[in-house]
Write a protein that binds this ligand. Structure first.
Ligand SMILES: NC(=O)c1ccc[n+]([C@@H]2O[C@H](COP(=O)([O-])OP(=O)(O)OC[C@H]3O[C@@H](n4cnc5c(N)ncnc54)[C@H](O)[C@@H]3O)[C@@H](O)[C@H]2O)c1
Length: 322
């Protein structure tokens, strides 16, 4: 059955891919985005676009909506350390306003983009949802605060809510792909080297207790991630706040990513060794058992070469268009 959804942050990377999937499933989509880090042309054709802030969501939300998918946030870990107030105001203050607008309008279903950064240093691998949450940055803390806020809203006011804790999102879906400015994610950074926009890629530490000494991360294809959001809308139950990790359950090292980019692009991709960065855990890999059990979700694009190929096709299209 066709439903109507508000997608906050739908001009950004993940939100635009999910909006596209909602449209393909026959739903009506309104994107609410202030374009602070997103792009007008990123909003999929077929979605209605409202330029505005989630802080003013009450102006845009009414009872005609069946639910909200909430991606709008600032998400640069490093920036959040220097400007924590920016993260509390937008991620926490903005979500408070959004929840209040949803309550007033009687919109009672929410899917929220949470993050692996809520866990901080893992106590064991793979990370499960019952592991301790001890974020090491204001960004992770702001997302954890929102998760707590949503739990309270579900318990007190019957919200049907699912928080999806993404690990490293990567790849592209058609015209929707990753374009952060400044870019901080490994795969698009390495692809910038392959495109000749950067001279080399820095490898921050190769003496970690991992098979090749470089950090290991769990990369999940953005289209797999989008499918989980549609399943989450179906799984959301009034009064319950379900929290699920989204990852492949499979880690790839920084060196494996660089090597895969070399193979996919045919570019040599020079590396430069650098000191370890503070707060980088050796291994961050998700257990996706809860998402499998509660949402019926299984990632089907776990192959790193496939993820990199899709990201490369998107990066080249953008390069040719500019
Ligand atoms: N990309 C990842 O690997 C990753 C991993 C974990 C969690 N997340 C979370 O997923 C979500 C989407 O991430 P992304 O990579 O697509 O980021 P993005 O920056 O591409 O998208 C965020 C969008 O939200 C918009 N926005 C920000 N503040 C807003 C506000 N107050 N009102 C309206 N719009 C606002 C921006 O303009 C942008 O279009 C974020 O909440 C992020 O924390 C992303």
């Amino acid at each position: 059955m066709s439903k109507k959804y508000l997608v906050t942050g739908g001009a950004g990377y993940v939100g635009s891919v999910v909006a596209q999937h909602l449209l393909e499933a026959g739903h009506q989509v309104t994107v609410l985005d202030d374009l602070s880090t997103g792009f007008r042309e990123g909003v999929p054709a077929g979605a209605q676009f409202v330029e505005g802030r989630i802080q003013d969501a009450a102006r845009h939300l009414d009872a005609s909506y069946d639910g909200v998918l909430h991606f709008a946030a600032f998400s640069q870990v490093g920036e959040s350390v220097g400007k924590p107030e920016k993260y509390w105001e937008n991620n926490v203050g903005g979500t408070m306003a959004l929840l209040s607008a949803m309550r007033s309008a009687g919109v009672r279903t929410l899917v929220f983009s949470s993050t692996a950064a809520t866990y901080g240093e893992p106590v064991s691998t793979p990370i499960t949802e019952s592991d301790p949450t001890a974020p090491t940055s204001p960004y992770g803390a702001s997302k954890l605060a929102v998760d707590h806020m949503i739990s309270g809203e579900a318990a007190a006011h019957g919200l049907a809510a699912v928080s999806l804790r993404y690990f490293n999102v990567a790849g592209a879906y058609g015209d929707c792909g990753e374009r952060h400015d400044p870019e901080s994610h490994l795969i698009p950074l390495v692809l910038q080297v392959a495109l000749g926009r950067r001279a080399s890629i820095s490898v921050f530490g190769d003496d970690y207790p991992t098979p090749d000494g470089t950090c290991v991360r769990d990369y999940i294809h953005v289209a797999d991630l989008a499918e989980a959001h549609l399943l989450a809308l179906d799984a959301a139950k009034p009064g319950e706040h379900l929290i699920c990790n989204l990852g492949n359950g499979n880690g790839f090292s920084v060196r494996e990513v660089i090597e895969t980019v070399r193979k996919v692009t045919g570019h040599p991709v020079p590396e430069v060794m650098a000191e370890r960065r503070g707060g980088d855990p050796a291994v961050l890999v998700a257990s996706a058992a809860a998402a499998q059990e509660r949402l019926g979700w299984r990632p089907s694009r776990s192959d790193l070469a496939g993820i990199v190929s899709d990201a490369w096709a998107f990066a080249r299209r953008r390069e040719n268009a500019s």
